[in-house]
Design a protein around this ligand. Structure first.
Ligand SMILES: Nc1ncnc2c1ncn2[C@@H]1O[C@H](COP(=O)(O)OP(=O)(O)OP(=O)(O)O)[C@@H](O)[C@H]1O
Ligand SMILES: [Mg+2]
Length: 506
């Protein structure tokens, strides 16, 4: 199923400017259809056969039932089956007719308006308004909608609508049903819809607006003045006493002059409140990460103080190891607290941003800076949530610490220098994390499954139970004196969504 833009380009041969004009019209779709109390369509002759029209776009009203139960986009019509559209296109004038709906619609007839759709005076299609002819008398509100719709259709035919350079209907843009005030050329209100009156009430305006100028009602009317002066739609937010109302004024143009306009109003207070709440929720999560990090740093300081008082070297060492592990977890929280990317939710961050400070942490703890180790980071891991980045940070720290502790014993100095590479690689199915060094390699007969140090035990537990991944630790293929060690972790995609496994024990 082609989109309106694809159809316009391919079937109707629209160039970029014509496509932009169609997009402008489509952006006003809701308004056009709601006022029309029916359907609005855009047709254009096909490139292959100028006697054939293709439906590029359509919109249904939220204020009335549609004539099209199927999706008409892409429908093709012979010119003689749509004589009104064909005539409007070829003659460049607005036409109106009442047609029988045919056997599918036994209840009646439809009123059709066909307006040439233009770009810089050139006709590029036809805008059709089609609505059922009601069997009853129209309500005043309906009549008002239809009058405005008539004028907009005429504006399309005259090339005044859609407005070029109009402000984009943004988030929370008001629709006709949200509240409507119709203005005359003098900016006086000539019609008020009940919802418009309610929206004004919420702003504390209780005078009935009909007969008054917008500024006499007590509203800042600069948006109306600008709309009339510039001949474009202008939106303004009015905020009073915790109430926010979005107002949008569209001028009605006839014979080049503004001879009226209308204002759509919408109370967006609830939308705004939810927005602010979301923003403050993100900020709160960030603040919590910040505090957790501070608390972890306090715990680290306490352990360091304790280490100074412990006599045994083994005890000191164990306490310092704990300080390092806690430091790794603190880094994750710090990264989450500082992540300011656009898609930041406060609970996830690109894992590279965690890995970089982790590497720095290990570098700072290097015992023998005389024989420096170079740390390289390659590839990207993507965003990971806290429940995944925390265990992965611990795992990475252990692997890097092992390189520092075991890979380069005295005498093992590879020719190209001591290098450890942390690499991330994502495929369609998996995330790979590898840590490889060019040191002496794992001990003879080393079996990962049998490794009993705390470091690799933590690695094993976190990778398999918490992260649902697999590990392989192998001897590299470097020269005999420095073959190196490569540890490769593989996590199936979707692993970041799974529920965490059991916590560490033993
Ligand atoms: N990059 C490496 N190069 C060479 N040997 C390694 C490397 N990583 C680990 N090993 C070997 O694996 C053993 C187990 O590592 P593990 O981290 O489990 O314990 P540890 O480092 O000895 O002690 P801990 O981590 O509890 O302080 C090490 O003692 C070492 O022999
Ligand atoms: Mg270790």
């Amino acid at each position: 199923m082609a989109s309106p833009i694809e159809l316009a380009r391919q079937a109707a041969g629209y160039d970029a400017d014509s496509v932009a004009q169609l997009q402008r019209l489509i952006r006003t779709w809701g308004l056009l259809a709601d006022l029309a109390l029916g359907d609005v369509l855009v047709l254009a002759p096909t490139v292959a056969d100028p006697d054939q029209y293709v439906v590029l776009a359509n919109v249904r009203a939220s204020t009335a039932t549609t004539l099209y139960t199927h999706d008409p986009i892409g429908d093709r019509h012979r010119a003689n089956n749509r004589p009104l559209a064909h005539q409007a296109f070829t003659e460049g004038v607005l036409l109106r007719d009442v047609v029988d709906l045919g056997p599918h619609y036994p209840e009646g007839r439809a009123e059709v308006i066909a307006a040439p759709f233009k770009l810089d005076g050139k006709i590029i299609g036809v805008a059709l308004r089609e609505r059922r002819v009601f069997q009853r008398e129209l309500l005043l509100l309906e009549q008002t909608y239809l009058d405005l719709s008539d004028r907009l259709m005429q504006m399309i035919a005259d090339g005044y609508f859609p407005f070029v350079g109009a402000d984009e209907p943004q988030y929370g843009a008001p629709r006709v049903g949200d509240g409507l005030l119709v203005l005359d050329a003098d900016r006086r209100v000539v019609f008020q819809s009940p919802n418009a009156v309610s929206a004004l009430h919420r702003l504390g305006i209780h005078r009935p607006p009909t007969g008054l100028r917008v500024d006499d009602i007590g509203l800042d009317d600069s948006f109306v003045r600008t709309a009339y002066a510039m001949k474009v739609g202008v939106t303004q937010e009015i905020e009073r006493r915790n109430v926010t109302v979005t107002t949008r004024c569209l001028p009605v143009i006839s014979n080049g002059e503004v001879d009226g306009g209308f204002i759509l109003l919408r109370d967006v207070s609830e939308l705004k409140r939810r927005d602010r709440l979301l923003l403050s929720k993100d900020a709160t999560i960030r603040e919590i990460h910040h505090r957790v990090k501070n608390n972890l740093q306090t715990i680290s300081s306490l352990l360091r103080l304790q280490a100074r008082r412990v006599e045994s070297e083994e005890g000191k060492f164990a306490l310092h190891e704990s300080v390092r592990r806690i430091g790794a977890i603190a880094i994750v929280h710090e990264t989450l607290a500082n992540d300011a990317s656009d898609d930041a939710s406060g609970d996830d961050a690109p894992f590279e941003d965690v890995a970089r400070p982790l590497i720095r942490l290990i570098e700072e703890g290097l015992q023998r800076p005389v024989n420096p180790i170079r740390f390289d980071l390659v590839g990207e891991a993507g965003r990971l949530p806290l429940i995944r980045s925390m265990p992965l940070a611990v795992v990475l720290t252990e692997l890097l610490q092992n390189v520092v502790d075991h890979a380069f014993p005295p005498g093992c100095v590879p020719e190209e220098g001591r290098i450890v590479t942390v690499a991330f690689d994502t495929t369609e199915d998996d995330l790979f994390v590898s840590v490889s060094d060019n040191g002496i390699g794992p001990p003879e007969g080393f079996d990962f499954a049998e490794a009993r140090g705390l470091g690799l035990t933590l690695v094993h537990t976190f990778v398999t139970a918490e992260l649902h991944g697999t590990i392989s630790m192998v001897r590299g293929d470097g020269p005999d004196n420095a073959p190196g060690t490569a540890t490769i972790l593989k996590f199936p995609r979707g692993w970041e969504d799974r529920v965490a496994g059991p916590a560490i024990d033993g």
